[in-house]
Write a protein that binds this ligand. Structure first.
Ligand code: G
Ligand code: MN
Length: 270
């Protein structure tokens, strides 16, 4: 990224945080067979005035560099917990869904993370299982030994942990066996044209078996076509996420979708 673009984004992020301009969107995870909603993922789309819509892929690295990622991430966790608590108070079926948040590198390794999670869940009167933590494979494998200890602590607290973007972060399969992981999210690099590319199909099949071997559930990310969804079903996948089913959406749209599609309660995926 150009230095000027990075500076511009850095300043815009600072303004957005100061002016309370961020809002959380949600993308459903669905049952591949009947398309009912199993859970959803909290995402942070961001419309930055003159800069237009900025996707997380572009602004998260800048937020990491400026250190703003920690307050932004804390805010996403708080906002998501507040929302789940509100759904439950209103008896909305969305309150039954596990909701995941993405933890970036700096947030995961930040010393205050577990305390912040404990405090935020307690303030919203939520049990730890209500909030799912998504951590990319790259972040975990940066320091697999330390990550193992932290994941153990999360497991002891009952916090579900998902490995995001699986297959892109040079995973050590040897270490993977020792990590407490509830769900593996297959990166969309293997999902794109999985119906027509034999290599993608073979990798999707192999990673499915890896998830079974470590006792994790698997979710396919980035499904965009019916043919991809059908192939994944053939390979044994039961849950997925992607533009074919639903894009990340504002809260009201999600609640409408939950009412029309129905939810499957008790799945471990978000
Ligand atoms: O890294 P992570 O898996 O959390 O990425 C989530 C990002 O992927 C979000 O920005 C979301 O908008 C995007 N996304 C979700 N579904 C799809 C999809 O079907 N296709 C593509 N290209 N991107 C998707
Ligand atoms: Mn994610």
């Amino acid at each position: 990224m150009l230095v000027s673009r990075r500076n511009e984004l850095g300043q815009a992020i600072q303004h957005a945080v100061a002016r309370d301009e961020l809002s959380v969107h949600y993308q459903p995870v669905v049952d591949l067979q009947d398309r009912r909603i199993l859970g959803c993922e909290s995402l942070l789309p961001w419309k930055a005035g003159s800069l237009g819509e900025i996707l997380p892929d572009e602004f998260i690295p800048v937020a990491e560099e400026t250190g703003l990622i920690v307050p932004i991430g804390n805010w996403v966790v708080q906002e998501t917990c507040r929302q789940i608590a509100q759904w439950r108070r209103n008896g909305d079926p969305a309150g039954l869904l596990p909701v995941s948040v993405n933890l970036s590198n700096k947030e995961f390794w930040h010393g205050g993370l577990l305390e912040h999670l404990d405090d935020t869940l307690a303030a919203a009167a939520l049990e730890p299982q209500a909030l799912v933590l998504e951590i990319t494979e790259g972040v975990i494998m940066d320091n697999a030994h330390r990550a193992e200890a932290l994941l153990d602590e999360m497991h002891q607290r009952g916090l579900p942990v998902h490995i995001d973007d699986f297959g892109t972060g040079y995973s050590s399969l040897a270490r993977l066996q020792h990590l407490r992981i509830d769900v593996i999210k297959l990166d969309r690099a293997f999902v794109q044209q999985v119906d027509t590319r034999p290599e993608a199909r073979a990798m999707a099949a192999a990673i499915f078996h890896v998830s079974t071997a470590i006792g994790a559930t698997i979710v396919a990310e980035g499904v965009e076509t019916e043919a991809e969804a059908r192939t994944l079903l053939d390979l044994g996948y039961t849950s997925a996420q992607g533009y074919l089913f639903a894009r990340p959406m504002p809260i009201d749209t999600l609640m409408g979708l939950v009412r029309s599609k129905g939810v499957h309660v008790g799945a471990k995926v978000a």
